[in-house]
Design a protein around this ligand. Structure first.
Ligand code: MG
Length: 282
């Protein structure tokens, strides 16, 4: 009885697999000669190679950290301190930095994802983090260690998960950063917004600059906004860039891409369609 039932089930599955195969084959042939695979991440190759192989990317990273050092040196100048409100003069200095694609380079994880047609997923992401193999973004270590040597407190505010904390601390130490501990590596315990974490730091420190590859690393005015709104907010904040907001390039991923998808949970095919329709043509 059980054998017969199993055979019946097997026959049904086989039939449905065969019919699906032929149906898909027919519809694919009628639509296009070359059907797309489920997760085609080829579009990420350009952004990933730009980070890994372009000396221009490296130069932009140096430019960001050189500028950060200029801003810090200006702040260390006693003449400038007098321009601050009295209450703030006594507060210790802090520099708030994001981690991924700001201090650590995760492009090998992105390359792995492309090579395996595996869109971002926590299993692969955690596995990469556990390896502690991320290299530093060019210029990051020299600048942050310089800031620490001048008495500034560096806070690493990242949306990595709490479970990744030890591996993250280990990786930051491994690249040569001098002041890395459980209390200044502040990961995501609850909400993804970094606003509350920035506000908590600002209670006891004067945050003289923020560094990140994503506008959400700077202010909550950019969070979950449309492309047009993100442009408008960036225009409003233009005086901050290169002063207290120092931006690193990241063409691999980011909220800029989520905005193209209207922050929706889309299939890879739907995402590809959104990307194509977002292109501005002549
Ligand atoms: Mg980042």
């Amino acid at each position: 009885m059980r054998t017969k039932k199993t055979l019946n089930t097997l026959a049904t599955i086989t039939l449905s697999v065969i019919s699906t195969y032929f149906l898909m084959g027919v519809s694919a042939k009628t639509q296009t000669a070359r059907p797309q695979p489920a997760a085609d991440l080829q579009y990420q190759i350009g952004g990933t190679l730009y980070m890994q192989k372009a000396a221009e990317y490296r130069s932009l990273a140096y430019q960001a950290f050189n500028l950060a050092r200029l801003r810090l040196d200006a702040d260390l100048d006693k003449k400038n301190i007098k321009k601050l409100p009295k209450a703030e003069r006594r507060m210790p200095r802090a520099i708030v930095v994001d981690i991924d694609e700001t201090i650590l380079d995760n492009s090998p994880a992105q390359a792995y994802s492309i090579a395996n047609n595996a869109p971002f997923n926590l299993k692969d992401w955690y596995a990469w983090g556990e390896m502690r193999k991320a290299k530093a973004i060019p210029g990051a270590v020299d600048f942050l260690n310089y800031a620490v040597s001048k008495g500034a407190k560096v806070f690493y505010v990242s949306n990595r998960d709490e479970v990744q904390k030890q591996a993250t601390i280990d990786n930051l130490k491994k690249v040569g950063l001098t002041d890395v501990a459980a209390d200044n590596v502040i990961l995501r315990a609850g909400e993804s917004s970094k606003e509350a974490r920035r506000t908590a730091i600002a209670k006891t420190f004067r945050i003289l600059m923020l560094m990140g590859d994503n506008l959400d690393d700077f202010s909550n005015v950019f969070e979950k906004r449309s492309i047009a709104d993100r442009f408008a907010e960036a225009d409003k904040a233009r005086e901050n860039f290169g002063r207290n907001f120092i931006v690193l390039p990241n063409a691999m991923y980011g909220t800029w891409e989520n905005a193209i998808y209207d922050y929706g949970r889309l299939t890879e095919t739907q995402k590809a369609e959104k990307r194509m329709s977002a292109l501005e043509l002549p």
